[in-house]
Design a protein around this ligand. Structure first.
Ligand code: CTP
Ligand code: CA
Length: 229
């Protein structure tokens, strides 16, 4: 059993991740979501575990996935995800936000199924919390704060938009992901990304999601806080 003191470069480290989509319900049977399967985030989670870390995954609704060795907290909506992350982020060494969080939710949620004859012609949406930005604000300025890593799913001007997100959210690194590139994006087993780091670095990574996960962890290890005495 790989526990807190398993050997490896992340031995004794606590890693927190978000993964998967969120669902924002408008009534008990309908929701807004996206095609994220959580594969990339779970690959990072498994890679961190195999390097010796204790890994907690705050996981949106995905199908059956390999949970062995991971501490999984199941959530549905962006607000649930924010609550579970903020309850934990101050106590970890590394927070990686790979979830595809819905940016909006319906303004109201009907208690009962809305009949088609009574449905609204337009749906009013409101913004959801930005889980990563809130987590970053929560630990900002701490003497010992976790390394913060985001993902940026883009379809155009990928590196430029990702760099802007890294700065705006106060991150150490961001994984820029062109979700329209062949062999990248939602649901597939491979990925092709550029990791941008706070110090201006740009690192192209490609391969299976597992290989990309391992290389990502090698890149961000340098941003972990010094081990506590
Ligand atoms: N993120 C989050 N909570 C949200 C939205 C995004 O935690 N409500 C995180 C994602 O997990 C990812 C990063 O922020 O690590 C960037 O997500 P992305 O959707 O690419 O960027 P946004 O800031 O939402 O901007 P936009 O969708 O407009 O490009
Ligand atoms: Ca978004």
């Amino acid at each position: 059993a790989k526990g807190l003191f398993a050997p490896g470069p992340l031995a004794g480290r606590r890693v927190l991740l978000t993964a998967g989509p969120t669902r924002e319900y408008l009534d008990p049977v309908r929701f807004i979501s996206n095609p994220s399967t959580g594969k990339m985030g779970l690959a990072v989670a498994q890679a961190a575990r195999s390097l010796g870390a204790h890994v907690t995954v705050v996981l949106g609704p995905v199908g059956t996935v390999e949970r062995a060795g991971l501490d999984v907290v199941d959530v549905v909506g962006a607000e649930d995800m924010a609550r579970e992350v903020l309850a934990r982020v101050e106590d970890v060494d590394l927070f990686i936000a790979s979830a595809a969080v819905s940016d909006w939710k319906p303004q109201t949620r009907a208690a009962h199924k809305v009949k088609k004859t009574e449905g609204p012609e337009t749906l009013t949406l409101v913004r959801t919390p930005d889980v990563l930005a809130e987590a970053s604000r929560r630990v900002a300025g701490r003497e010992r704060r976790p390394a913060l890593v985001g993902f940026a799913a883009e379809t155009q001007r990928v590196v430029e938009y990702a760099r802007e997100k890294l700065q705006r959210k106060g991150l150490d690194a961001i994984v820029a992901n062109d979700v329209t590139a062949p062999g990248a994006g939602f649901g597939v087993d491979t990925n092709q990304v550029t990791v941008l780091t706070r110090d201006g670095g740009e690192h192209a990574l490609s391969g299976t999601k597992r290989e990309v996960a391992r290389a990502l962890l090698d890149l961000v290890r340098g941003y972990l806080p010094a081990q506590p005495q």
